[in-house]
Design a protein around this ligand. Structure first.
Ligand SMILES: NC(=O)c1ccc[n+]([C@@H]2O[C@H](COP(=O)([O-])OP(=O)(O)OC[C@H]3O[C@@H](n4cnc5c(N)ncnc54)[C@H](OP(=O)(O)O)[C@@H]3O)[C@@H](O)[C@H]2O)c1
Length: 190
């Protein structure tokens, strides 16, 4: 060990009542203010000279409308074991595993302040099981939506903490869809 601090990450997801997160490569709902919250939160840095990284699986990356990807003002890292770097724009980093992505960030990307895991299913499961995982930013969406992709069970040891300053508290509503922002944090090891 070098004694250098291990780079941690947060996770962000919007989850339906049935733990659904996706349908046919897209989100099961359309909530504009929630997408803005995602964008604002994953872009935010304390140091204006730095930016954040977003790590996602191949399907999540290609589920973002073409005009909106790569997600702007953030380093986009796509996980895939089958793609080649040429399949992605030059400013997108391709990694064969979550640990490879974290190793890349620790060794090659010194301008990164925060790392966000943004899906899909398997990436969330691996992330939540990792000792690198710090906070889960979960938007709980009420109502029944058809879904074919689901959020994995949250492991023991996470507890709810106050929302970041500026996040709307309590039940929100847009176009008849009710939802609520929550943040959970991993209990520090005793
Ligand atoms: N509600 C939300 O907040 C939210 C967030 C994100 C996504 N979604 C939705 O979820 C769906 C997509 O999620 P998904 O679970 O189906 O797919 P995904 O995780 O985005 O992509 C799956 C593919 O990514 C690659 N991959 C995933 N984990 C990897 C790892 N650890 N190492 C290397 N490669 C890895 C693999 O590609 P290869 O086969 O090429 O190896 C795998 O086939 C979409 O509907 C999307 O809209 C919702």
């Amino acid at each position: 060990m070098t004694g250098r601090k291990m780079l941690r990450f947060n996770l962000m997801v919007a989850v339906g009542e049935n733990f659904g997160i996706g349908l046919k490569g897209d989100l099961p709902w359309h909530i504009k203010s929630e997408l803005k919250y995602f964008s604002r939160t994953t872009k935010r840095t304390n140091d204006p000279g730095k930016r954040n990284a977003v790590i996602m699986g191949k399907k999540t990356y290609f589920g973002v409308p073409e005009s909106k990807r790569p997600l702007p003002e953030r380093l986009n890292i796509v996980l895939s074991t089958t793609m080649k770097p040429a399949d992605l724009p030059a400013d997108v980093v391709l990694c064969p595993s979550l640990e490879a992505a974290m190793h890349y960030l620790e060794t090659e990307a010194k301008d990164i302040e925060n790392v966000w895991i943004v899906g899909g299913s398997g990436v969330y499961a691996e992330a939540m099981a990792s000792t690198r995982c710090h906070k889960l930013y979960i938007t709980k969406v009420q109502g029944k939506f058809e879904c074919d992709t689901f959020f994995p069970a949250i492991p023991d040891g996470f507890h709810e903490v106050p929302l970041d300053a500026g996040t709307p508290e309590g039940l929100q509503e847009e176009n008849g869809i009710k939802f609520e922002y929550k943040v959970l944090e991993k209990q520090a090891a005793q």
